[in-house]
Design a protein around this ligand. Structure first.
Ligand code: CP
Ligand code: NVA
Length: 309
């Protein structure tokens, strides 16, 4: 893997992404047949920083380290206090003298960038207000397992053009999957994002559609994706957003606009009855539980490759 850190898909070249997926596939097979991987991270420690709550990210990273023979340390909001208790540069310089690899979930994206800039060891973005690259890895791997390819497929993201949607857009651009964003106007991608997205297009099969008509944008979709309408940190906007996003609920009626049997993904946690209906979460097209499991497999591969640096 060429990159030292994993902060955004936009700064992770295609060859690194493909290496992560190769390792994912190999380790997943080995675990299924042998039940154990080698002591790849024996004696190594992952430092995990959380400014926000988590189930999947915390547990998948911690279990990944266990499966690789290493340990992890959880640092919650009290210990972290990013940019409050001490300067970010000092935080990164000191923490990276103790641990071998760092994963950080932060409010402000520039904090994870500053951490990486001041760290001696690899830094992984475990979600920021801007992006969620580990999520996109698990999601596109889930698509590959289901369809055997990315090229020629279309993903329609129904909802907010948020951190998850941005990372998915970047990764679809690298891998050649068509990406559509269907959401209310004013909640789509900004110009700065679109400019960065341009730099990620590694495959001519990629295309981007953005609009506010979910039925139109779902046409031909092999994958239907949704996420919460108000992300962590946007709690004050929750009620106002509920009204604006109501026509964007992924339910069985809306799903009819996608290809029959389209895979439905959600990064989780889901707000059942808001952005997604119970019938879809519990229905035959639901792929979000395989997707959640793949967080573990893709992150374990990422840690393996970054620890080799
Ligand atoms: N999808 C995801 O990142 O879940 P958590 O917030 O539970 O970590
Ligand atoms: N967009 C959501 C994703 C949670 C995994 C958030 O940032 O809260």
């Amino acid at each position: 893997m060429k990159s030292k850190h994993f902060v955004s898909i936009a700064t992770t070249p295609l060859e690194d992404v493909l290496e992560i997926f190769d390792t994912t596939e190999r380790q997943k097979r080995t675990l299924a047949t042998d039940g154990l991987l080698g002591p790849i991270a024996y004696g190594k420690t992952l430092g995990m920083l959380f400014e926000k709550p988590s189930l999947r990210t915390r547990v998948s990273f911690e279990v990944a380290m266990t499966q690789l023979g290493g340990r992890s340390i959880f640092l919650g909001q009290n210990e972290v206090q990013l940019g409050g208790r001490e300067a970010m540069c000092d935080f990164g310089r000191v923490l990276s003298r103790y641990v071998d690899i760092i994963m950080a979930r932060v409010f402000k994206h520039h904090h994870v960038e500053e951490l990486a800039a001041n760290s001696r060891v690899p830094v992984i973005n475990g979600l920021s207000d801007y992006s969620h690259p580990c999520q996109a890895l698990a999601d596109l791997w889930t698509v590959k397992e289901r369809y055997g390819k990315w090229e020629g497929l279309k993903m329609t993201f129904v909802g907010d053009g948020n951190n998850v949607a941005r990372s998915l857009g970047f990764l679809c651009a690298r891998l050649g999957m068509k990406f559509a964003l269907a959401g209310p106007s004013g909640y789509g991608f900004d110009d700065a994002y679109l400019k960065t997205l341009d730099t990620c297009v590694d495959n001519s099969n990629f295309s981007l559609e953005v609009g506010s008509d979910p039925k139109k944008l779902l046409k031909g979709a092999d994958v239907v994706y949704t996420d919460v309408w108000a992300s962590m940190g946007q709690e004050a906007e929750k009620e106002a957003r509920k009204k604006v996003f109501l026509p964007y609920q992924v339910n069985n009626a809306l799903l009819k606009s996608a290809k029959p049997g389209a895979l439905v993904l959600h990064c989780l946690p889901a707000h059942r009855g808001e952005e997604i209906a119970d019938a879809v979460m519990d229905g035959p097209q639901a792929g979000m539980y395989d997707q959640a499991e793949n967080r573990l497999h893709t992150e374990r591969a990422l840690i393996t490759l970054l620890l080799k640096k």
